[in-house]
Design a protein. Structure first.
Length: 265
């Protein structure tokens, strides 16, 4: 079932912040993706060019967890979100972290963010947004246009294959046959899964070279036994880090993070 309109989180901003970021799932996500961000920053700032500040667009960035970490390294961030409430929460957090001078706040749909930018940027973050949009690939395409030549786009999306696999192992065969429509009672569950091959194809057609792919939560969400008496959370994170860039685990991640560099025409 197609998503009819883009999701605005004004009504759930506080709950979203607690449920997504303040959890084991959120910590795994942050840890695994930050490893990729460090690799991206190395691409953009090789050892002989560490002085220059990068321009970063965090598109649909919510509370800006990752872009705040990037800002602490001396880079400038434009934080864009459709939700004024999310932007307000982000601004409070950014102020507490003494990073306001590094941020520009843009209240806008990501599809219209170009109207608020001075030009193209070195790095675009587009994390956990596509699955909430009516036309996710069109939005991705528009953001590819905001990346300067040699710059990088970092995209994390809710993986259709992971959603399908989760339903299979839970025995939800009828739900699968119905096309896995979004269940409204699960308000924080993304509205749709995105097929990875469509994202990769979109990036390549936009003139990007894929540099890396990572599965985010390749097994944690599928575990039948979450009894921490048998293992520590640190052991789970370590195993996630070990498997997340290997097939077939990568392609079964609940989310996939892919990053790509814009080639010269």
């Amino acid at each position: 079932m197609a998503v009819k309109q883009d999701r605005n989180f004004d009504d759930l901003a506080h709950k979203f912040a607690a449920s997504i970021y303040g959890t084991a799932k959120g910590e795994i996500r942050q840890t695994v993706v930050w490893q990729d961000i460090e690799a991206i920053l190395q691409y953009l700032q090789p050892d002989d060019n560490h002085g220059a500040a990068l321009t970063v667009l965090d598109a649909g960035g919510g509370l800006a967890q990752l872009s705040q970490k990037i800002a602490t390294l001396g880079h400038q961030v434009s934080l864009c979100d459709l939700s004024s409430e999310m932007l307000s929460l982000a601004k409070q957090d950014i102020a507490q972290n003494n990073l306001l001078s590094r941020f520009q706040f843009i209240h806008s749909p990501v599809q219209q963010v170009a109207e608020h930018l001075d030009g193209t940027v070195d790095l675009v973050l587009f994390h956990a947004v596509m699955e909430w949009l009516a036309e996710p690939l069109a939005a991705l395409n528009s953001l590819c246009d905001q990346v300067k030549v040699g710059g990088i786009i970092s995209v994390m999306f809710y993986n259709y294959n992971g959603l399908l696999f989760k339903n299979l192992i839970c025995g939800n065969l009828k739900h699968i046959e119905q096309g896995m429509p979004h269940r409204k009672r699960f308000k924080l569950q993304p509205q749709q899964g995105i097929k990875p091959e469509l994202v990769y194809q979109c990036l390549q057609q936009a003139g990007f070279e894929i540099l890396g792919k990572t599965g985010v939560r390749t097994f944690h969400d599928y575990m039948q036994n979450h009894d921490m008496g048998h293992f520590s959370f640190e052991e789970i994170v370590a195993m996630e880090q070990k498997l997340c860039r290997q097939e077939p685990f990568l392609s079964l991640g609940r989310y996939i993070h892919v990053y790509a560099r814009k080639k010269a025409v």
